[in-house]
Design a protein around this ligand. Sequence first.
Ligand SMILES: [Mn+2]
Length: 359
Amino acid sequence: MTTLKSSAQNDPPFDPSAAAELLLQRRKILVTAHVNPDGDALGSLCALARICLGLGKEVRLVCQSEVPDFLSWVELPCPLYSGYAELGGWIPDLAVFLDCGRPERAGTDGKELARGNVPPAWGRVDILNIDHHGDNPRFGLVNFVEEKAGATAELVGLLAERLGLALSGPLGENIYLGLSADSGNFSFSSATPNLFSMAARIVRNGLKVEEFIAKSENNWSPGRMRLWGELLLHLRLFAEGRVVSVLITNDMLARYHCKPGDLEGLVSFVRHLRSVDVSLLVRERGEGSKISLRSMGGARSVNVQRVAAHLGGGGHRSAAAAELPLPPAAAEKAVLEILLPAVEEFSAATLDEIGDSAL
Ligand SMILES: [Mn+2]
């Protein structure tokens, strides 16, 4: 007899009950997500607002940066504020942090709130922390933090269902956005059976996949396409092609009338190269640079979270980022100094493994 087993099937189910209970107890809910929101952050943000509104709560959405162009098609359920100062006399009795591996990912307001520094009239504001970053320091009163969740939206979806809300209509679409964004359109190792079955429930509830892709993916500007063309033309390979690096300056963005959001997906795209174990994107930002790293995913991948952590950043095993106070070329050099030995080490370890299993 053959027994089929997979680690994913054996994962314990994620339990949203403590998060659901806390949400039910509170009335005025502030919901925030990380700066420079991606599909998971914005999808989770909108979904959580819809959950709160569905429960008859008052809700305010706060994100310290604008909705990027590539997500401008997402319909917000209520206004999005850029900071607590804009909330006027409105005082929350709960703050929900979404997709924030650290409180400061929500910007300065989020960082101060987590430290207990809030406007004097507010008093104490408890935090519900919903996230899937392994290095999340569990800064909430309730922490619904599951590293094995493929997206924060997966956790928000479970929370909605626990509260009796079906994942359909705009709520279903918001969750689907988060699931597809963080799983690379269902292609990374984060595309787990649980994530697929939630996506299937949403499709069963009426989401039209083709229409979703038409508005979420097939919406590039000519400038964005040409920018990618130039960047791909000049990508560089290191460690016998196991590392690919793309460097972007503000001048290049300006030349093609592009914004940083137009780079969304590029760091994953260059992994299409056959030889590549890790992709690196270095982008000029302010006085310094933002670096993003992706590895192939899975248990046998290079752990880029560790590389990012060396540089003061964080993230997941196969997707991580950091900010460096260096111009792009110097930032790339600093990353490669840590990354290349890690890739060499990984190759040696993998060869050992293959050698062992061949015996
Ligand atoms: Mn996420």
